[in-house]
Design a protein around this ligand. Structure first.
Ligand code: PEP
Ligand code: MG
Length: 568
């Protein structure tokens, strides 16, 4: 049994699909010319039909211009000169894979040495095509997430947010990664998709191969490769119980989130795309507490999404929320979230670097498109705009002023904009938590981003499994920052929410309730389990618990207090 970091809930049982680029090791033993010629012919034909199949699948998602890349690859694979050069080498006694490698290497260096940028770029196409050809010659498979058409558990070194975005829930039963922490974006996406996942599972890549059976327990963070009959039975039973419990929560679907002594809080959802709205509605969320708009930017492959594309996405979300509040976070790119069409200058510490509101205030041209789209969509529902990574009051004032100026501009153009848009900020940098009472004079609301707040307070990279033990939402130091933020908001009559993973953590709910948190935002799949907890608690008693918790010395002391409450 391997141990990783638990991210979500649920159990997956299925076959392994390894997301791993194959390693090319050229053949050494000599085969005869005829065999090599036949091998080459088959591999080249397969390469051509592979590219055609990828193009066909991609045509469902990509526009015509974006498909042109596949045409370039096809042309390359069908180029008679390329083929003839390889055949000539084979006839001289070189093995097919060595001949293919040698011909493509010399083509690549020829194109790379050209001055014309168009031809320089062709080098990348040649590398791509010859890599596929070599894999076919050597019998290696190149993984492609979008081509999965059977139920599998994905095993990868790392899942980038765009890998996760490609997953089709119909076939992906769950995933395990070698690296990553509980609040890495891959883990967050897994929860959002309702997929069981274990991250930071050291050794998983070397412990299994394609087609092996795997059991994944996302709650315990455990993985079993090729389980015994008895283990299989045990986990099938556990999975059935999990699904039964999930079903039993349905009675809470339309119920308010009220404590036993009548205190009401809001349980709202985190989303990454308009597609998530089905899940939001079916899980009884009371609104959207965090719309991570950067996924809209990451899904686009060649350019920033246009004002029109963004307007459509925001409009759909606002309309489907049916008058419930939708908190949209402006672009939070950088850190582990990159864009294929935007070059970030290399930085030693991208998580501390040029990202989120810092980038938007510097690149107002990029920011403007999003703000215009948001303001135009505001008339379709109850919009709240939130800025990520605010560190200073000046940043907040500048960002807010930019929104107000853009609103004026739109009104002058005769475009309608709602008058009731709230403008708030994420509190995810310790400096803004400490100064929350002053920030609250300017912001309409706060939402505490605990994923980053904890990362920055503990100085522990959220992507690193080695320091994952420092992700301690219940550490009294974190609780004190949370308390300061909530009290800061309340001192100015403002509301305070939380949209980091801690907002949906069952162990944190009693303390957060006691600290006076108004809004808990989480992945939709966590709403009903959290409602069950909230409706079983007494607010006054939780205030006592919170008072004790912030005086504790360690996270484990706080955990022990919470467990007492939850097991009562
Ligand atoms: C956070 O930092 O807690 C947060 C909600 O934002 P993200 O996870 O997208 O950085
Ligand atoms: Mg954040």
């Amino acid at each position: 049994m391997l141990k990783g970091i638990a991210t979500s809930s649920g159990i997956a049982i299925g076959k392994v699909y390894k997301l791993e680029q194959p390693k090319i090791v050229l053949s050494e033993a000599k085969a005869d010319v005829e065999t090599n010629l036949k091998k080459f012919d088959d591999a080249l034909n397969k390469t051509i039909s592979d590219i055609e199949a990828i193009k066909e699948r991609a045509s469902k998602r990509l526009a015509e211009e974006e498909l042109a890349i596949f045409d370039a690859h096809l042309m390359m694979a069908q180029d008679p000169e390329f083929k003839d050069q390889i055949i000539a080498m084979i006839k001289e006694g070189t093995n097919a894979d060595q001949a293919a490698k040698s011909v493509s290497d010399s083509l690549v260096s020829m194109f790379e040495s050209m001055d014309d940028p168009y031809f320089k770029e062709r080098a990348a196409d040649i590398k791509d095509v010859s890599f596929r050809l070599l894999c076919n010659l050597l019998g290696l498979t190149i993984p492609d997430l979008s081509s999965i058409d059977e139920e599998v558990i994905i095993v990868a070194e790392e899942m980038t947010p765009s890998d996760t975005a490609q997953l089709d829930k119909k076939y992906a039963l769950g995933f395990v990664t070698e690296i990553g922490g509980k609040t890495s974006h891959a883990a967050i996406m897994a929860v959002a998709l309702g997929l069981p996942a274990v991250v930071g599972c050291t050794g998983i890549m070397t412990s299994c191969k394609n087609g092996d059976m795997l059991i994944l327990d996302a709650k315990e963070g455990t993985v079993i490769v090729n389980p015994s009959e008895a283990e299989l039975k045990e986990y099938q039973q556990k999975r059935a119980e999990f699904l039964e419990e999930k079903q039993a929560l349905q009675v809470l679907l339309d119920k308010p989130s009220i404590t036993t002594d009548g205190h009401q809080v809001e349980l709202v959802a985190n989303i990454g795309s308009p597609k998530d709205m089905d899940n939001v509605i079916s899980n009884g969320a009371e609104g959207i507490g965090l719309y991570r708009t950067e996924f809209l930017y990451m899904e686009s492959t060649d350019d920033f999404p246009s004002e029109e594309d963004q307007f459509e996405a925001y409009k759909v979300v606002l309309e489907r929320a049916q008058g419930k509040r939708v908190v949209v976070r402006t672009l939070d790119i950088g850190g582990d979230k990159k864009l294929p069409y935007f070059e970030f200058d290399p930085e030693m510490n991208p998580f501390l670097g040029y990202r989120a509101i810092r980038l938007c205030l510097d690149r107002k041209d990029i920011f403007k498109v999003q703000v215009r789209a948001l303001l135009r969509a505001s008339v379709y529902g109850k919009l709240a705009i939130m800025f990520p990574m605010i560190a200073t009051i000046d940043e907040f004032k500048n960002a807010k002023q930019f929104v107000l100026d853009t609103k004026e501009e739109l009104l002058k153009e005769g475009v309608k904009v709602s008058d009731e848009i709230e403008i708030g900020m994420m509190v995810e940098i310790p400096a803004s938590a400490v100064l929350a009472d002053e920030f609250a004079k300017y912001a309409d609301f706060f939402s505490i981003g605990t994923n980053d707040l904890i990362q920055y307070s503990m100085a522990a990279d959220r992507m690193s499994e080695k320091v994952a033990y420092l992700y301690q939402p219940l550490n009294p130091a974190i609780l004190r920052l949370v308390k300061m933020t909530i009290e800061g908001a309340h001192s100015q009559g403002k509301w305070c929410g939380m949209c980091g993973e801690m907002g949906g953590d069952p162990m944190a709910a009693p303390v957060l309730l006691g600290l006076g948190l108004d809004e808990f935002s989480m992945s939709a799949s966590r709403i009903l389990p959290t409602r069950k907890i909230i409706t079983s608690l007494n607010k006054k008693e939780m205030e006592d618990l919170a008072n004790k918790a912030i005086k504790c010395h360690t996270e484990s002391e706080v955990s022990a207090l919470v467990k007492e409450v939850l097991n009562k």
